[in-house]
Design a protein around this ligand. Structure first.
Ligand code: SAM
Length: 245
């Protein structure tokens, strides 16, 4: 018998001024069960306790797309979203569940993770998400992906300058990159500023908050694409991490 995820209606309300529908709650529970099952074969996540899964996977994924605690408005009307390095589907799958009018591309360089996500999407009957086995450095140079997305999400994939180089080329002008972080320092802002300037972006805001159950520190960095990214970015596979901007 699998544990049940807590519903946390009040906390959703207090933190995001929103509550999941019964259908969304059922979907979150199914997602949790499928991930626990997948974890027996694949090393997907070490976060398996129900409260921790709720906080670190569900709540954290959705808090990122709610700057100033309000969901990004284009998600409701219909945005083209990419989640780079989605792993077991975070933050992309929870985002797909709450934004049925938007299309979410879940990209990862590891084939076995994408194969697992394909199964999850089919079992959960999520129709507004698709998968892509790809490296961010490659799709950033492909015409069908470069300048194609309204929103790019990235969590736990690399340092912030690397994340900026992976995400900004994929955005249309006016698009938004969301970089999910734990701790953050002023020095990191200076380095990121330099990277973002070279990539056609600007730092729109940096939000610091704590998670609602364990009071863990989080930061979300919101980067706006304000100009074209020079053709040389993203650089070849491996270079952004070896030699971050
Ligand atoms: N975003 C998920 C989360 O927060 O739970 C997974 C994070 S996991 C630590 C990092 C993932 O990024 C891995 O699944 C890895 O395969 C993927 N990844 C790393 N570098 C990548 C790249 N250059 N392009 C695409 N995916 C990448």
């Amino acid at each position: 018998m699998t544990n049940s995820l807590p519903e946390m209606a009040e906390i959703w309300q207090q933190t995001l001024n929103w509550q999941p529908t019964d259908e969304q709650n059922t979907g979150f529970q199914q997602l949790y069960e499928l991930i626990l099952e997948g974890n027996r074969q694949l090393n997907l996540t070490r976060i398996t306790e129900p409260q921790e899964f709720w906080e670190k996977h569900l709540w954290d994924s959705l808090r990122g797309i709610a700057p100033q605690q309000k969901f990004i408005s284009t998600l409701e009307t219909g945005a083209s979203v990419i989640d780079i390095g989605t792993g077991a589907g975070f933050p992309g799958i929870p985002v797909a569940r709450i934004a049925p009018n938007s299309t979410i591309t879940l990209a990862d360089s590891t084939r076995k993770k994408i194969t697992f996500i394909d199964q999850i999407l089919s079992e959960l009957a999520v129709t507004n998400a698709k998968t892509l086995i790809a490296r961010a450095e490659e799709i950033g140079q492909q015409t069908q992906h470069r300048k194609h997305y309204d929103i790019a999400l990235i969590r736990a994939v690399g340092n912030a300058s690397v994340c900026a180089e992976y995400t900004l080329p994929l955005l249309k002008e006016g698009g938004l990159a969301v970089i999910y972080r734990g701790t953050w320092t002023e020095e990191e802002t200076t380095t990121l500023q330099n990277a973002v300037n070279q990539l056609g972006g600007e730092i729109e805001s940096i939000e610091e908050f704590t998670t609602p159950l364990t009071n863990s520190i989080r930061h979300c960095l919101y980067l706006r694409k304000v100009a074209a990214t020079p053709a040389k970015f993203p650089r070849a596979v491996g270079i952004p991490t070896q030699n971050p901007l």
